[in-house]
Ligand binder design. Sequence first.
Ligand SMILES: Cc1cc2nc3c(=O)[nH]c(=O)nc-3n(C[C@H](O)[C@H](O)[C@H](O)COP(=O)(O)O)c2cc1C
Length: 242
Amino acid sequence: MDPDARATTAGTIAGTTADATTAVDTTAIKDALARYCTGVAVVTALDPADGRPVGMAVQSFSSVSLDPPLVCFCPAHTSTTWPRVRAAGAFAVNVLAADQEDLCRRFAVTGGDKFAGTAWRPGGNGAPLVEGALATVECVLTDVLDGGDHAIALGRVTALTAHRPEAGPLLYFRRGYGRLPSAPSTPDPPASAPPASDPSTSAPSTPAPSTPEPSASGRRLRAASSSSMSASIASARSRSEA
Ligand SMILES: Cc1cc2nc3c(=O)[nH]c(=O)nc-3n(C[C@H](O)[C@H](O)[C@H](O)COP(=O)(O)O)c2cc1C
């Protein structure tokens, strides 16, 4: 590799320098990728073996294609829920709202009755649609690709619903939960409008929470300027995701 090109790809995270030509340390991967703030979703299905609802929290949910409508998520091979979702062949993605952190925590551990105290109804494909979610996306599982220690599950969207326009999303950042200072005040654009993510056409969005880096020990975020950024970042959860 051209040494100049290599220099431009190098990066330093907490004293660890990595470039495209060296093996990347797992801790460095986690430290860097944990800085990618995401929403959180719960992927649900009906276990065909016993008809019971199953689910797991994911931050790897992403929209993939509009035509055909495809989404994906990446379940770890260690997940005990994923084989059940795979066997079901159909699933729902429930996009969590800011007030669903407790629910998220229940769906982020193996075992226990994850659905205890959770209101849900079966979607058209049978997968549980969780009450209070910002959006629910029903899918049929179309492909499972190799993703290293995770799988990449592709689903074709068969039904969608959006709810609670006043509510904001649950966020996940550096292994802690957070929320926007306020839900974006701009309404959803009409379906024919350009995508909001196009910076040349979109209105300014709600500014990102102004938060200091959580300390390595406490991992707590405090909103620097907004008292309504309630919380902050809860205690760190050690999980194998970045
Ligand atoms: C915010 C958050 C996001 C997560 N995202 C993923 C993910 O994308 N993929 C994954 O395999 N696990 C993810 N996890 C961990 C799983 O939720 C957890 O391992 C799983 O629920 C364990 O239960 P299971 O054995 O029933 O699958 C995430 C956890 C949290 C708290």
